[in-house]
Design a protein around this ligand. Structure first.
Ligand SMILES: Nc1ncnc2c1ncn2[C@@H]1O[C@H](COP(=O)(O)OP(=O)(O)OP(=O)(O)O)[C@@H](O)[C@H]1O
Ligand SMILES: [Mg+2]
Length: 341
């Protein structure tokens, strides 16, 4: 088995170490100590992880609990399990939260607008009356959150000067994090540098960022395991990241198709291919189907395939990310037979 411990690749798992976020983590700790912090950053930049790593007495996802009352109920459920908040006014619920408690308010901009405004005002008020409830609030964008709250006084007590901005990870950082997470959860000889690079390539250009990276690591390992292999191969990663490309291939122009076929064939058993290798394979496939492509045409075709996302230029070379090469090869060969027969 490749997967030693699948639990360690689940979203809720908190790894022992957090890589590439040292400064942010130190600053966050200081801010929370002094009472409040707002983590801001795009999808999969590690916001929830950082907050949970620091920890709190209660964790609430405000996207699921959209009203002030629901958020407070959820907090009290965790810090006072025997207290029954049903039917009580929100002020009473605030009074039940003791000074010094530390709260994690994830996806705070997921609350209904008016509820959020009042909640932000109320928690700031608690500070003003000298009752310090500590909190880490989390949002995808502090700029948008500020616009939603739309009140300078509330904003300034709620989050001003307390924002920790998480910038997107670079490819190198994604790779480093993936390597660490793989070393904790997979058998050590079941993956290599190219596999990690390939997953990092996909994560970097995906909307889900590091979230996509961890998902792919887990799913690639599961696919390779289900195929009885003892190593993750590029095809397993491509299968895990598979998108439906069949209809695109049907309508594809013949030059595009033949170059994609060449790249797919070159990448069959590996992650990346160089420009030279791509040209060699193109020549072979071109001869097979009687298609000759000049240098100019080759350049234009490559650019067009890159632009459409069929081929990707990763750090280590050209590759295919969105479909197993075996599937592409089969589809394109069928298409070419139809055209040339
Ligand atoms: N620095 C890191 N070290 C180790 N693992 C990380 C790191 N950053 C992110 N991860 C992992 O990447 C995944 C996504 O991170 P997380 O859920 O914290 O992102 P997020 O910013 O909260 O995203 P979203 O906006 O979608 O909620 C998690 O599995 C997390 O454990
Ligand atoms: Mg999150």
């Amino acid at each position: 088995m490749i997967l030693r411990d699948i639990r360690k690749l689940e979203l809720s798992y908190i790894p022992e170490k957090i890589l590439c976020r040292n400064e942010e983590l130190q600053r966050l700790k200081l801010l929370v100590e002094s009472g409040r912090a707002l983590i801001s950053g795009g999808v999969g930049t590690g916001k929830t992880l950082l907050a949970r790593y620091i920890g709190g007495d209660a964790y609430v996802n405000c996207y699921i609990n959209k009203t002030e009352h629901r958020v407070l109920e959820e907090i009290l459920k965790q810090i006072k399990p025997r207290f029954n908040p049903a039917g009580l006014p929100t002020q009473k619920l605030w009074n039940e939260i003791e000074e010094g408690k530390q709260l994690i308010l994830d996806e705070i901009d997921g609350m209904h607008t008016n509820e959020l405004r009042h909640f932000a005002y109320a928690i700031s008020r608690q500070h003003e009356i000298g009752k310090k409830i500590k909190y880490i609030a989390i949002t995808r964008s502090s700029t948008i959150l500020r616009q939603i709250i739309n009140d300078d006084a509330t904003w300034s007590t709620f989050a001003n000067n307390a924002i920790v901005e998480l910038r997107p990870y670079t490819w190198e950082q994604i790779k480093e994090i993936l390597e660490y997470r793989a070393s904790q959860s997979l058998r050590s000889d079941s993956y290599d540098d190219e596999i990690i690079s390939l997953i990092a390539d996909i994560a970097l250009q995906s909307h889900g960022h590091m979230r996509t990276g961890i998902d792919l690591l887990r799913n690639s390992a599961m696919i390779a395991d289900s195929r009885g292999k003892d190593k993750i191969e590029p095809e397993d990663v491509r299968e895990a990241n598979r998108e439906d490309m069949i209809s695109d291939i049907e309508s594809m122009e013949v030059n595009d198709a033949i170059l994609l076929l060449a790249v797919a064939t070159a990448c069959r058993n590996r992650a990346y291919v160089s420009l030279e290798e791509m040209k060699d394979y193109l020549q072979v496939k071109g001869e097979e189907y009687g298609i000759i492509m000049g240098d100019r045409k080759f350049e234009a075709t490559l650019q067009s395939l890159l632009q459409q996302g069929f081929i990707y230029e990763g750090k280590y070379g050209y590759t295919i990310l969105q479909c197993p090469t075996s599937v592409l090869i089969k589809e394109i060969e069928e298409k070419m037979k139809k055209i040339t027969s």
